[in-house]
Design a protein around this ligand. Structure first.
Ligand SMILES: [Ca+2]
Ligand SMILES: [Ca+2]
Ligand SMILES: [Ca+2]
Length: 378
């Protein structure tokens, strides 16, 4: 399946393969009639006695169904569910994303995770990416290659049990690197992941049951990005804001080699995630701005087919959107002070925390950021 290029680009890009991304595999598990994952749409399982992979609505990320793995009756052992994907890789980039939530029953040593294997049977090149949640809130992400040998891993400590986490693993063969992120935050990168053409053998939901646990998985997707594309993804969060999520952000691509910046309006989802494309192949510093907030540099893209920029928290108080917090913003806020939604004089832009009223809390945000200016101004 291919998505259409419907982004609001301010420069003209030919609607060619440059705009294409290919979903290699996707499962939201919603359509599964059976209560177990085994033999559904090509899935297979290998379970220790007592372990189960259940497809149920109680395991769903939203409405619908998800997969629940239960090792409550398992004393030790590893359970796997897998699906053979069998796509040929060359110099492309593959992104594996999914959601998982860990519900520990007893111990703090239990873990559960997802693996994706890439195997070239002719050259014995193996690339194995894994992400594991631990009951104590750690998330570990691993990559192993048969060429470089050994595992490299990173640990993030902000993945508490009982909450859904969005995990993303990027394998970029043209740049020979692997990038991991959780909830949009890049937590690690490994370069030199090996060369050559390999066969993507399968994708596994795997649970190492070092203890009793229940883990939920949902919305599992593998997407291919071809060399020559330059997708840019990230997450933009307005600081100290509790109102209706912002629908758009303004992205500015500043060519590092010089030349005119290119400005795009990109859509944000309700969690602040966006995906767009760089205006051309090249190296750009990328800045985000949303109404009422100072611009923030998200990072630099350097020609990768798929770039995950890290989360950017933007500072508020720039009511007049000149990318500085000054006395002019203060005057606007003062004029709207002590008003609420529906009142004459209420100005949503002055309601910096989005709680429906312009109060001292909004003034404090402006005051804390007073005299600051956006990253685009430096
Ligand atoms: Ca689902
Ligand atoms: Ca301003
Ligand atoms: Ca307010």
């Amino acid at each position: 399946m291919k998505t259409l290029c419907t982004l609001a680009l301010s420069s003209v890009i030919a609607a060619t393969a440059y705009c294409q991304e290919t979903v290699v595999h996707s499962d939201n598990f919603d359509g599964f009639a059976s209560a177990t994952l085994t033999n559904q749409s090509g899935w297979s399982t290998d379970l220790p006695t007592g372990g189960t992979f259940t497809v149920s609505s109680t395991a769903a990320l939203g409405t619908g169904k998800g997969v629940l793995y239960n090792t409550a009756l398992v004393s030790a052992g590893t359970g796997y569910a897998w699906k053979d994907i069998s796509q040929i890789l060359s110099s492309q980039t593959y992104v594996t994303s999914f959601w998982m939530k860990f519900n520990p029953l007893q111990t703090n040593t239990s873990r559960a995770g997802l693996q994706s294997y890439v195997v070239d049977e002719t050259s014995t090149l193996t690339i194995d990416q894994e992400a594991y949640l631990y009951a104590d809130g750690r998330l570990e992400m691993w990559v192993q290659t048969g060429v470089a040998g050994g595992y490299a891993f990173v640990t993030d400590t902000n993945a508490p049990a009982g909450v859904w986490h969005r995990v993303e693993m990027v394998l970029d063969y043209s740049k020979k690197k692997s990038t991991w992120s959780v909830n949009g935050v890049v937590i690690g990168q490994q370069s030199d992941i090996g060369t050559g053409q390999v066969t993507l053998s399968d994708m596994d939901l795997a649970v190492s049951s070092f203890g009793d646990n229940v883990v939920n998985f949902d919305d599992y997707k593998v997407t291919r990005y071809d060399t020559g594309q330059q997708w840019v993804t990230g997450r933009v969060l307005p600081s100290e804001y509790m109102g209706t999520p912002f629908a758009n952000a303004t992205m500015t691509f500043v060519p590092v080699a010089g030349g005119n910046p290119v400005v795009q309006t990109v859509a944000l989802d309700s969690d602040g995630y966006f995906k767009t494309q760089a205006p051309t192949q090249g190296t750009f510093d990328v800045f985000a701005k949303i109404d009422g907030y100072l611009s923030k540099k998200l990072g630099q893209v350097t020609g990768d087919a798929y770039s995950r920029l890290s989360v950017a928290s933007l500072l508020g108080g720039d009511i007049d959107n000149d990318d500085m917090v000054t006395v002019f913003d203060y005057v606007i806020l003062s004029d709207a002070f002590d008003t609420s939604v529906g009142d004459a004089g209420y100005l949503p832009a002055a309601d910096l925390d989005g709680d429906g009223s312009v109060t001292v809390f909004d003034y404090l945000i402006l005051s804390n950021n007073f005299d600051l200016f956006g990253d685009l101004q430096s």
